[in-house]
Design a protein around this ligand. Sequence first.
Ligand code: GLU
Length: 317
Amino acid sequence: MPKPPDNPYDLSRFDLDDILGTINEEVRERFGQGEVADHIPDLAGVGKDRFGMALALLDGQVHEVGDSRHRFSIQSMSKVHTLTLALKAVGDELWQRVDREPSGDPFNSLIQLEHENGIPRNPFMNAGALVTADVILSNYDNPEAMLLKFLQERAGDPDIGEDEKLASSERESGYRNIALANFIRSFKNLHNDPDAVLDFYARQCSIGMHCVDLARSVQYLADSGCCPNSGEQVTSAGGAKRINAMMMTAGTYDAAGDFAFYVGLPAKSGVSGGIVAVVPHVMGLCVWYPGLDEKGNSKLGRYALHRFTEITDLSVF
Ligand code: GLU
C-alpha cells in the first residue's frame, strides 16, 4: 500500500491544472450522457456539450477548466447556503422542524411527510428546504437581498443575481413544490404564507453562478466555518462539520450512499447539473455538466469528481 503523504493538506505534490486537463478530456469524450431536467421549462434548453470544473483552494488559488465561467442556476446547491443561514438564525431549534436523516426517496417526494407529521427528513430535500426558507423569511429583513449579498460575499463576485424569468417559470410549473408547501403548512410546520415561501424558494434556486463562484461559495465549509474571501466566521467550526455531514448523507438526493462510495466528499447537487463539494481543510470545488442520471445528479459531473478523488486520493475516507 502506498505510504500516505506527511502533510495531506500540502497540494504541491500535484499538478492540478494537468489533472483538470485530463478530466476535461475524459468528460468531453463522453458528452451526451444523461438527461437534462425538464420539470422547469427554462432549464430544458441547455445542451449536453458543456462541462466546467473549478477548484478554490483555501490559500486563494483557483484552478479551472472548460466552461468554468458559464453561469447557470444554482438550484438545490442553494440549500447549503440557506441551511447555513437558517442555522445562524435559530441554531439547534431548526432540528425540531427538520430531521437530519437521509431519505432514500426522490428530492421532491411527499411520501414520508404524511407518516412523519410534516417534519421533512432533511434540509436538502425540497420539503426540508421549504422549511429552511420559512425560517429565513421569519428571521431576516429583506431575505432575497440578504441571500444574494451572502453569496456575493462568499464568492467575492458582486455580479451574482437572480434570474427573474427562471424563478417565475419554476413558480408557475412547480406543482409538487406547491403541494409540499401546503401540506407542510397543514402540519403547522410553515409559519409564513406558503406562497411567500414558494416565491423565496424559486428565487433562491434561480440565482446564477458559475463553477468558480460556487467553488468559492463553499470554502467556509472547508475552513472550519471561516470564509477565506471575506475573513468572516460564517458559521462555527461545529456548524461547518454538521453541514458537511448533511451534505455527505443527503446532498446528492437518494444516491448519497453511492456518491460517498465513489467520490467520498461532502457534496450538494442541483438539477441544473452543478455539484459543489468540499475537501475539508483544503478546498471548495464545483463541477457542471447539464445531463443528469436517473437520480437527478449530473452524470459526468459525478464522473469528474470520482476521477478527481481517484487521481488525487483527496477524499474524507
Ligand atoms: N428548483 C428545483 C426544484 O425544486 C430544485 C431541485 C434540485 O435542484 O434538486 O425542483
